[in-house]
Ligand binder design. Structure first.
Ligand code: C5P
Length: 400
């Protein structure tokens, strides 16, 4: 299902050059199934035209509190009732100051005051304006009032200066908006995850690895973050972007993954081991590239030593986090998965059939716990991850 299906978003634009990026945001919101009602301040119309916004949203654009198109002349009420969120992007320093004081001297500020749904603001301004104590006081007050302030980012600014105050990119705003609708079932928790493959060097240019794409682990990291957790992701090499708001530590080998997990496990409430960790590492790593014409003309001989079992080690810690393991099997899933759960000493193990899920965007998970076997419906990996996070949140013990 689309992430914003059945959601109606009031998208407010205030004056700022970042308005040019909002055309793209409207496209992305509608692609995700949202109905978008655009409201612009007079200043915003100097940066991008209402016609552009109307064409992209496919709906009338509102600017004026006295708009004669609204029969009862109460645009501020009509637009916000039934809306799932009001999103202000870009939010100027001036507009945030008005919000802090509850001012309502145009349609957009009036509907923010009159709304009965969450308000998210995406600041965009010159770095000196952002750093100004007045703006900082206002941002702190908005947060205190329960208003979500998304960003800003740091970097090059349209004015030619560099610093804090850049508006988040449309895809980042979209991700944060989608996250705002997810239940905060892991608020206050720290989740530590492993994901992706490990790679064990053979020589300076070759590794032994596996076909894990990291998609399930990354989807879980995103879903945990959406659920309000602080997330640390220890990841092997993948082609995926680190999910927004997730702290990532890149590793290559199982030993590095082990060390990174152990260095971060103390703060974790929940540990989810999704990584496909190599069982063995090469002990006679060649310092030079192995040649086809090796001594004797035969294939190279490799010696192996077992890698540490990260999950089993974390599960055995006193006062360690609540642990979730994964098992990708090619046959006899129930048998192997339940045996693995017991062997590793964990309360929840998530199984799947490797050939069904490897490289795929969908997955079919089966949960194994003390109570038995619980198959989850097949679903896109992000939907499955959100469901799994809900299952984990309902099982993980509350820390005293
Ligand atoms: O040991 P096995 O690979 O069968 O079990 C898979 C589960 O154990 C996964 O959760 C995987 O991340 C974890 N694991 C680990 N360290 C290893 C091997 C597997 O954390 N060395």
């Amino acid at each position: 299902m689309l992430d914003l299906a059945k959601k109606r978003i009031v998208l407010g634009l205030t004056g700022g050059i970042a308005c040019y990026k909002i055309a793209e945001l409207v496209r992305r919101l509608t692609e995700q199934g949202a109905t978008v009602d655009v409201v612009m301040t007079e200043a915003a119309t100097h940066f991008i035209t209402p016609v552009t916004m109307q064409a992209l949203s496919g709906r009338p654009v509102f600017m004026d509190a006295w708009d004669a198109r609204i029969p009862n002349n109460m645009a501020h009420i009509d637009l916000t009732r039934g809306a799932d969120a009001v999103l202000i992007a870009p939010a100027s320093a001036d507009f945030m100051a008005k919000l802090v004081h509850g001012m309502a001297d145009d349609l957009l500020s009036t509907l923010c005051l009159a709304r009965a749904c969450p308000l998210l603001v995406v600041p965009a301004m010159n770095k000196e304006m952002w750093d100004n104590p007045a703006t900082q006081r206002n941002v702190a007050q908005l947060r205190d009032d329960g208003i979500a302030v998304l960003g800003p980012a740091a970097g090059d600014q349209a004015c030619g200066e560099t610093g804090n105050g850049r508006m988040l990119e449309p895809h980042e705003i979209l991700t944060d908006l989608i996250a705002s609708f997810q239940p905060k079932v892991l608020a206050g928790k720290h989740v530590l995850l492993t994901a992706g493959p490990t790679s064990e060097p053979v020589d300076p240019v070759r590794v032994l690895s596996n076909r894990s794409s990291g998609k399930t682990g990354y989807a879980l990291a995103r879903a945990a973050r959406e659920a309000g957790a602080q997330v640390t992701l220890i990841t092997g090499a993948t082609a995926l972007a680190i999910p927004r708001g997730v702290q990532a530590i890149n590793v290559m080998t199982a030993s590095q993954m082990h060390d990174a997990v152990m260095a971060n496990v103390r703060h974790a409430d929940i540990f989810i081991a999704v990584a496909a960790v190599a069982d063995w590492r090469v002990t006679n790593i060649s310092t030079q590239k192995l040649k086809k014409t090796s001594e004797g003309g035969g294939a190279p001989i490799m010696n192996f030593a077992p890698n540490p079992d990260i999950l089993a080690e974390v599960a055995a810690l006193t006062n360690g986090p609540w642990c979730v393991g994964f098992a990708a099997e090619t046959e006899k899933l129930a048998e192997h998965a339940e045996a693995k759960r017991r062997r590793k000493g964990i309360s929840l193990l998530v199984g799947n059939l490797a050939h069904q899920v490897m490289d795929a965007d969908t997955t079919e998970l089966v949960l194994f716990d003390e109570q038995g076997v619980h198959p989850l419906p097949p679903a896109p990996k992000l939907d499955a991850a959100r469901r799994l996070i809900a299952e984990i949140a309902s099982r993980a013990p509350r820390k005293a």
